[in-house]
Design a protein around this ligand. Structure first.
Ligand code: PXL
Length: 279
C-alpha cells in the first residue's frame, strides 16, 4: 500500500455552522488523508449571518504548536490555510510555512476574506494586501472572484462573466502569485456555476460546472477547497480534482436544499463522502 499522505490544516474552529476546520478535517480524513490541525481561533459560530458569536483568538498558540511538532520530525505533504483571524496571523503563517515545509510540501492557500463583491465585515481594508503577501508563498491558490480582484487590486466585476475576463484573471493571478490557480464562483449564464483552473506551467485551462442552486449556502468554499485538496493528495490532476470538488459540493448543497435546512447552518457534506474515494 502507498504511504499515507499527511496534511496540516490551519483554519479557525467555528463550533456550530460547518465551515473551516469542522469541514476540512472530516473531508480530508474521509478521503484517506492523515490530517493534523492548527486552530487559529475558536468561535461559537461562523460570522456569516449569526450575531453575538464568541471569538477567542489563538495567535499565541500557533508557533508553540509548530515548534513542538518540529521536535517530532514530521513530514507534511500539504499545508492548507483558510480563514485567518487577524492581520498578525498572516505573518505567523509565513513562519509556519518556513518551519513545516519540506521540498515536496504543497502549500494550498484559500485567501478567505470576501464574497459577492464585499470584504467580510471583520477584516480591515488593508487585509487584502497582507493576504496577497501570503499568497505569494502558495503553490496552489484558490480564490473566489471577489478575492481574486482584491488580491490584484482590481475593481470587482459583477457576473455573468466572459471567458476572456476569467482567463485574463487567471493569467494575472498566476503572473503575480503562483503557477496553479483555481478560481471559484465562475458563471457565464444564470444556469450553471462552477470553477476554472489554470496551470501556467503547461498553459492548460479547464472549467467544471454544475447546475446553479439558488441561495448562499455557508461553508461551501471550505467544502470545495477541502475536496480539491483531497483529490490532489490522492493523485488526481488539478482539473480532475476540481471536477470532483464541483460535483461533491453540488451534491452537498442539493441534499441541504432538499432538507430545507437554514442556509447559515452549513451543507450536508457528510452523507456524500463516498464520492471522495470513488475511482
Ligand atoms: O467559510 C469561511 C469562514 C471561515 N471561518 C469563519 C467565517 C467564514 C466566513 O464567513 O466567518 C469564522
Amino acid at each position: 500500500m502507498e504511504r499515507q499522505k499527511r496534511v496540516a490544516a490551519i483554519h479557525d474552529i467555528s463550533c456550530f455552522g460547518k465551515c473551516s476546520l469542522t469541514v476540512a478535517l472530516p473531508i480530508l480524513s474521509a478521503a484517506g488523508i492523515e490530517t493534523s490541525i492548527i486552530p487559529t481561533a475558536i468561535l461559537s459560530t461562523h460570522t456569516g449571518g449569526f450575531e453575538n458569536y464568541t471569538y477567542r483568538d489563538l495567535t499565541d498558540d500557533i508557533m508553540p504548536i509548530v515548534d513542538h511538532w518540529k521536535t517530532l520530525d514530521l513530514h507534511f505533504d500539504g499545508i492548507y490555510t483558510g480563514f485567518l483571524g487577524s492581520f498578525e496571523q498572516i505573518d505567523v503563517m509565513k513562519s509556519v510555512f518556513d518551519k513545516l515545509k519540506s521540498e515536496d510540501t504543497l502549500i494550498f492557500v484559500d485567501p478567505v476574506m470576501a464574497d459577492n463583491g464585499k470584504l467580510y465585515g471583520l477584516f480591515s481594508p488593508d487585509f487584502p494586501k497582507g493576504m496577497a503577501s501570503l499568497c505569494e508563498k502558495a503553490d496552489i491558490l484558490i480564490p473566489n472572484i471577489t478575492e481574486a480582484t482584491l488580491l490584484l487590486g482590481e475593481e470587482f466585476v459583477e457576473g455573468p462573466y466572459t471567458k476572456e475576463y476569467i482567463e485574463g484573471l487567471l493569467a494575472r493571478l498566476a503572473d503575480r502569485f503562483c503557477s496553479k490557480i483555481i478560481l471559484t464562483g465562475v458563471y457565464f449564464d444564470d444556469k450553471a456555476l462552477g470553477a476554472a483552473s489554470y496551470d501556467a506551467s503547461t498553459g492548460e485551462i479547464n472549467y467544471s460546472f454544475s447546475d446553479r442552486i439558488d441561495g448562499y449556502y455557508h461553508g461551501t468554499g471550505d467544502v470545495f477547497g477541502s475536496a480539491v485538496l483531497a483529490g490532489i493528495m490522492n493523485g488526481k490532476s488539478l482539473a480532475d480534482s476540481v471536477a470532483l470538488a464541483v460535483s461533491y459540493t453540488y451534491h452537498s448543497i442539493e441534499r441541504t436544499k432538499n432538507a430545507g435546512t437554514d442556509i447559515r447552518f452549513g451543507v450536508d457534506f457528510e452523507r456524500g463522502t463516498k464520492e471522495l474515494i470513488a475511482e
